[in-house]
Design a protein around this ligand. Structure first.
Ligand SMILES: Cc1cc2nc3c(=O)[nH]c(=O)nc-3n(C[C@H](O)[C@H](O)[C@H](O)COP(=O)(O)O)c2cc1C
Length: 206
């Protein structure tokens, strides 16, 4: 946990399929509301296939932007900022951060438990990320490319084979990291509420 961080530079190499199988196998213990076990996983574990999906989604994104159309999460300002990030953190790929592989948790989320089903997906995403990190892989959780695929690039969604009535929101890009880091990022997130006679449940820096 202390060593996890988003990876946006990957080696141009397929991950050993045995490693991916081991992660997916461990995923059977991911919790789900009501133990529904309805979440489905799509794994793109071939970098050439990933490149094809990338190219279709990226072209659709750029064509839309040229007409002033963006995902609902972005506007001209944020799109331009992301484009600029291709020259720094996103190494020529603002969409998938250059990841050679993709993991997507998705589910048919309808009815009164639709929100729980969506949460199940996002939990699975978080577990996958940590498991992949534990196996020495680099990962990045991404919402932007999911928005592009769902809103601007239906062809890419078809290539992923994710049914149009399934909920999907977060993708995990993963692969062998180009840069091995000795430690994670140092953060100082201490927004913890604790009830004591002094704080009475107010936010206190612990
Ligand atoms: C819900 C969610 C959506 C994210 N979407 C993107 C994204 O579209 N592109 C991206 O490069 N990083 C994305 N990230 C990664 C965050 O930017 C990253 O986790 C955050 O900056 C903290 O950095 P760290 O993961 O290295 O600790 C996303 C993370 C989360 C949790």
């Amino acid at each position: 946990m202390a060593n996890r961080r988003s990876c946006r530079r990957y080696r141009d190499e397929n991950v050993d399929p045995a490693v991916i199988d081991s992660i997916i196998s461990a995923m059977q213990n991911v919790p789900a509301g009501g133990n529904s076990q309805s979440v489905e996983y799509t794994v793109i574990d071939d970098k050439d296939r990933m490149r094809k999906i990338h190219d279709v989604a990226y072209t659709a994104m750029e064509e839309a932007a040229a007409q002033g159309r963006y995902t609902s999460s972005f506007d001209d300002f944020y799109y331009t900022k992301m484009k600029q990030s291709e020259r720094s953190v996103r190494k020529g790929d603002m969409l998938f951060c250059g990841a050679p592989h993709l993991f997507v948790a998705h589910v048919k989320a309808t009815g009164c438990w639709a929100a729980d089903y969506a949460i199940n997906c996002n939990l699975a995403t978080a577990y996958f990320e940590l498991l992949a990190n534990a196996h020495g892989l680099g990962t990045v959780i991404m919402s932007y490319p999911s928005d592009v695929i769902c809103e601007l690039a239906s062809d890419a969604r078809e290539m992923l084979g994710i049914p149009s009535d399934h909920y999907m929101k977060l993708l995990v890009g993963f692969g062998y990291p180009e840069i091995p880091y000795a430690r994670g990022t140092q953060k100082n997130h201490r927004k913890v509420h604790r009830w004591t006679e002094q704080t009475k449940g107010q936010l206190s820096l612990l």
